[in-house]
Each structure stands twice: as C-alpha cells, then as structure tokens.
Design a protein around this ligand. Structure first.
Ligand code: GLN
Length: 411
C-alpha cells in the first residue's frame, strides 16, 4: 500500500521541528494573521442561518457557483455556465485529486507530466488515481551564480525539448502551477503558448493549479485556459483558502468545459460527496464584499510589502534567493551554511537526505523554520534543490521582525 511505509508528511514534520525550538514558523504556507473582519463576519452570518446546516448540492451551493461563474466569465472572456462548467471542492487539493481520479484509469499506466518543483500532493494524488508521474524539472537559466547572487524566478525555465521528450503515447495529463509554489514563477504568455502547442499536439488534458492567481507582484497572471484551443482541454483549479487567507475553510473549485467538469464532479461526489454548506455561503458573501471594497488589490499590496521585507531580511544577512513574482514563498539559497561534521541528526531527518539536514540544522541553529524543497522533487532530481530552503511570507510583521533578529547570527 502506498502509505504503509511512508513517514510523516513534510508539513507535519517541519511544524514539529519548528515547535521543538520555538522557531518563528515560516514553513507551511498558512497565514499567521487573522482574516479581515468582513471575511469572518461572512462566515459567522452564514452559520447563523437555519438553512445553512444540511447537505449542499454535490456540485456546490448555487449562490457560490453563480459567483464563480460570473467571476470566471470576466476573467476568461467567455460566458461560463455555473450549472455545468463549475464545481466546488474541499479545497483545491480535492479538486486536483478528483480530476486525476476522473481522467486516469487504473492498470493502464497512464502518465501525468509534473513540472518540478511540484507541490508535494501531486505525486501521491496521481498514484492514488492509478496514474504514473513523469517529471520535468524547471532549469535555472542565468549567467549569475545562484549560490552568491539574487536571481529572478523567471530564470527558472521549462525546457520545451525536455518536455517533448518526456511525452509518450501514454501521456494523458500535464499539471501546470502558476503562480508557482515554491519558485514564485509566474509563467509568461510565451511560455504558456509553448506548453499549449504541445498539449494540443499530444491531446493532453491540462490541469492548471492557479490557487495563487491573485498574488502577483508586477507580473501578469495568465490562465492557460484563455489561450487559443486551450479552454476545451483545461481544468482550472482555484481556492478560497488562498483568496481570503482562510486555508482551514477547505473551499476550492474547478472550472472548465462541462465534458471535463462533469467527470471531476462525479469523482468528487464519491470522494467527499459534497462540501460544507455554511462556509460555501460564507465564501459567496466574502466574494461579493471583496469586489465592492477592492479587497484583492489591497491584499496584493500587503503581501508585496511582506515579500519585500523578507527579501530585505535575507539581503541584510547575505543569503541570496529567488525573487518571487507571485505566490508567497521565497526560495533562499543556503549553500553558504556549513554544517559541522560532528553534528548529529535524528534518523527521521538523516534518512531524507542532504536538504532535510540543511533545513533541520538551519531551524535548530537560527530558530527560523522553512520547508525542504527536495520534497517537491522526484528522487532523481532532488539534488537540484539541495541548497534551497523555502520560507513563507504569509506571516505577521512581528513574525518577520522576530525572524530578522534571530537571523543576525548569520552575519
Ligand atoms: N500550500 C501550502 C504550502 O505549500 C500548504 C500545504 C499543505 O499543508 N499541504 O505550504
């Protein structure tokens, strides 16, 4: 069985390591600040309604489907039918699992292209659905030395020839993630165009994880579904947790043509049947309020300020990083950190390789925790990320200042 022999997931493990030394937790990407009052009120008011406590329709509450339909009609520049082209899921994660389950057949070794670093849920979700992950890593293309200099996230490139050679007659799905976790790369129109040509040539389904769509810092987020010939073959996945800073609400969605959303919805119905009713109502109201008070652009400004502060903190202590154009993570290159030969690691870290040792040492030594990005790579490609630590900046100002103080030890 897939899970019989696996240890802790990286999130639980690193939260425990962080707690063991009372570290400033810049690891898992949850917000350490509360949601805005209008978001909490939307949930409270939804819970107060007598009609919001029984099963919602499997596809989702009509009010939320309606809101999402309108929103995506504008974004995609085409009319989207909320009754057939949208479904609500228990977080983007379950939307992805449902899509894999809907389109992969057990026993056929159907292949799914994952672009590395690939969010750690993709691989087990593909395998659970009976598919076989095939990995294509982003390659750093720059004359700069990433261990000594700050580089742009746009220097992490998908090599189109490498992508082409990873495709076989068993390839069924390509998973895209833009803005990208953990690189912070926002794929450009040209890059998406190259991918879309290949998707069409090989008749691939594209599952596009766009949960950080609203968090870009200068770069424009483009949905691959809006490129010519792509609507027909793309399922776009989004998340209220990321949109409103409420990762515990577990409300996400999938948008695409009825032929793609219907099977995804059928899988969803068998996995969780339906999502919680009151928070779907809460998200509906929060979406209405957000548009009225320009919430998303204000929020973007707040995240940009946090990003700039965390970058300045690493500038100050002399560790180079990858400048994120989107999402809320910074990959820091910690090649300069030297671990004493005599340092003893617990077996649960030691067995996970050099990058886990680096991150563990960093957390214990400096009291600031991050995530080992090798967890986002297949075994063959893990060495590409050995020097990196991922830090999240969806954190309070106090948390970031505390991190800054602790990191002075690096100087
Ligand atoms: N998406 C968040 C991150 O990358 C949370 C992941 C999780 O807890 N599964 O940190």
């Amino acid at each position: 069985p897939l899970y019989a022999s696996t240890g802790l997931d990286v999130w639980t493990m690193m939260n425990q390591v962080a707690a063991s030394v009372n570290a400033v937790n810049l690891g898992q990407g949850f917000m350490s600040f509360p949601p805005k009052d209008f978001i909490k009120s939307a949930a409270q008011e939804a819970l107060a309604e007598d009609t919001h406590h029984q099963y919602a329709p499997a596809r989702g509450r009509p009010g939320l489907l309606e809101q999402l339909g309108t929103r995506f009609s504008e974004k995609f520049g085409r009319p989207i039918d909320p009754s057939s082209e949208v479904s609500v899921h228990a977080g983007a994660n379950e939307a992805l699992l449902s899509a894999f389950t809907a389109f992969l057949e057990h026993g056929k070794e159907e292949e799914v292209i994952l672009i590395e670093p690939a969010f750690d849920q993709y691989t087990p979700n593909v395998i659970m659905a009976g598919g076989k992950p095939v990995y294509v890593p982003l390659r750093i293309r720059t004359n700069k030395d990433p261990s000594k200099e700050v580089i742009s996230s746009n220097t992490w490139k998908l090599d189109i020839n490498e992508l082409k050679s990873a495709i076989s007659d068993k390839t069924r799905i390509l998973v895209l993630n833009t803005p990208h976790n953990p690189v912070g790369k926002v794929f450009t129109r040209e890059e998406l165009q190259e991918i879309s040509v290949i998707a069409q040539q090989h008749n691939l389904l594209v599952i596009s994880d766009e949960v950080y769509e609203h968090l870009t810092y200068g770069a424009a987020h483009i949905s691959i579904a809006t490129l010519p010939g792509m609507w027909e073959r793309t399922i776009t996945v989004g998340s209220a947790g990321k949109l409103f800073g409420v990762t515990g609400w577990r409300v996400g969605w999938a948008v695409g043509p009825a032929e793609l959303v219907q099977p995804t919805l059928s899988a969803h119905t068998r996995i969780v049947f339906t999502c919680n009713t009151p928070l779907q109502a809460g998200v509906t109201e929060a979406l209405k309020q957000a548009d009225k008070n320009d919430f998303f652009s204000i929020q973007r400004g707040e995240y940009q300020r946090r990003r700039d502060r965390l970058m300045a903190i690493f500038d100050d202590v002399g560790l180079p990083y990858v400048v994120p154009d989107g999402a809320y993570y910074i990959l820091v290159n910690a090649a300069a950190i030297k671990i004493p030969d005599s340092y003893i690691f617990p077996p649960f870290i030691n067995e996970r390789g050099a990058n886990f040792r680096l991150v563990y040492f960093f957390v214990k030594e400096f009291g600031v925790s991050g995530i080992p990005p090798t967890e986002f790579y297949s075994d063959a490609h893990k060495p590409l990320a050995n020097d990196y630590i991922r830090f999240a900046f969806c954190k309070t100002d106090e948390g970031l200042e505390d991190a800054s103080k602790r990191l002075q030890k690096l100087k």
